[in-house]
Design a binder for this molecule. Structure first.
Ligand SMILES: [Zn+2]
Length: 414
């Protein structure tokens, strides 16, 4: 990675320095990045519509009520009937939407050169995900319907509690039992890089034994890192792509960002956002679903909301709600991400490393969206926003900031 240091003529200008970075992504590379990300907006809409269509078919052809009828012949216990119905619902839904899953998760990713697995390996991971869903969805659904039957008016509130409980348990256990099913997690190797990361971590009281590396290169080339777990299992993980493909300044900048999530307790913020959206969504569902069932229930073979055959009705209501809430959800999460960015710039003091990494994320995220577009569709600040923030940090925090013009080819370098 070559860099050309340009001696600042006069004062360091934030906009000029930002533009120098943004201009390193041009032509076909920028068009490809925009096309991939903008396509995602439509996938969001179509994905919800595919789900709604499948749910509607399950109602229209009385498949949901047939499944519940079968379950009632297996057991007299309401929770077992619900769990069997939810199991079959999940299985049938996954099979019917398989072409959509293959297109969005495999074909399209391959087309944009963002997936390095062959079909067998990819499908194997999908199968693990389905197996987990077939265990978890019946449990969650059985718990929610138990609440619906006991509290027909206020079940949305108790249902949110049920979801929250499963979410918390899943977050504590996730890094220990789920993540290793897909990737191998190892300690970050000793050496100068680890020393530098530990030095930053120590300054913020983050135990360095909580830093892991995982082998995401077996799935794709994307560089990423994350904070996962809760309580005793909380940890920062960075992937091998970040280690292999970027420079030490970039790795440190990313780790600063993740330390921000860790120190600022963003996991709780995310849990709060999600539960708030679920609470509102279940409330709306608890008011709309009975109206739909009164109107169409006889035709669908659905008796009432507490009848597990109503599962597709609840799924339609909640699915449309979550789609409508996407901009709010994105903006609330983006706010936390922006906080982590600010923390990371202060902690790592690598504004140019941060700017370079922000540019690299253009592999899968549009670099320079309009303001409204960023508000609606971005759950992280855009590359342009991040580069500008880094350059502003430089102007505010360095005694003699110099403009760095990254070498043209650095975005393609491995
Ligand atoms: Zn983040």
């Amino acid at each position: 990675m070559l860099e050309l240091l340009v001696a600042a003529t006069g004062a360091f200008d934030v906009e000029t320095a930002t533009r120098a970075y943004l201009d390193t992504l041009q032509g076909p590379a920028r068009a490809k990045s925009d096309a991939y990300f903008e396509g995602g907006y439509w996938l969001l809409l179509w994905g919800t519509l595919v789900g709604v269509l499948v749910d509607w078919l399950l109602l229209r052809f009385r498949i949901a009520s047939a499944i519940r009828g079968f379950a009632e012949r297996v057991s007299k216990r309401a929770w077992i009937v619900t769990a069997i119905t939810a199991f079959a619902y999940t299985l049938i839904g996954s099979i019917v939407t398989l072409p959509w899953t293959i297109y969005t998760g495999y074909v399209r990713e391959k087309r944009y050169d963002l997936l390095d697995q062959d079909f067998g390996a990819w499908a194997g991971e999908q199968a693990i995900g389905l197996a987990m869903a077939l265990v978890l969805v019946p449990l969650v659904v059985a718990a929610i319907y138990a609440v619906i039957r006991r509290a027909p008016r206020s079940w949305w509130l108790w249902g949110t509690g049920v979801i929250g409980l499963f979410m918390l348990v899943g977050m504590v256990l996730g890094p220990v039992f789920i993540a290793p099913l897909f990737n191998e997690y190892t300690e970050l190797e000793a050496g100068p890089l680890r020393d530098r990361i530990e030095a930053v971590a120590a300054k913020h009281d983050i135990p360095a034994e909580h830093i892991y590396v995982f082998d995401q290169s077996k799935q794709n080339k994307r560089i990423s890192a994350n904070v996962s777990g809760l309580g005793p299992t909380i940890r920062i993980s960075l992937n091998d792509n970040l280690l292999e493909r970027t420079g030490e300044d970039e790795i440190l900048a990313v780790m600063g960002h993740e330390m921000g999530h860790y120190k600022l307790n963003h996991i709780w913020w995310i849990v709060g956002i999600m539960l708030g959206l679920f609470a509102l969504g279940l409330f709306v569902t608890s008011r709309v679903a009975p109206v739909l069932i009164r109107r169409f229930g006889e035709r669908w073979g659905v008796r009432e909301v507490g009848d597990p055959a109503s599962l597709p009705v609840l799924a339609i209501c909640l699915g449309l709600w979550m789609l409508a809430m996407t901009p709010a959800q994105n903006s609330l999460i983006r706010w936390a991400e922006s906080e982590a960015d600010a923390f990371g710039l202060d902690a790592a003091r690598e504004p140019d490393g941060f700017a370079k990494v922000a540019m690299r994320l253009s592999e899968y995220r549009k670099i320079e969206p309009g303001a409204l577009e960023e508000m609606l569709f971005f759950d992280h600040p855009s590359g342009a926003t991040r580069v500008r923030m880094a350059m502003q940090w430089k102007a505010d925090n360095l005694a003699d900031p110099q403009m760095v013009v990254p070498d043209e080819g650095y975005l393609e370098s491995e």
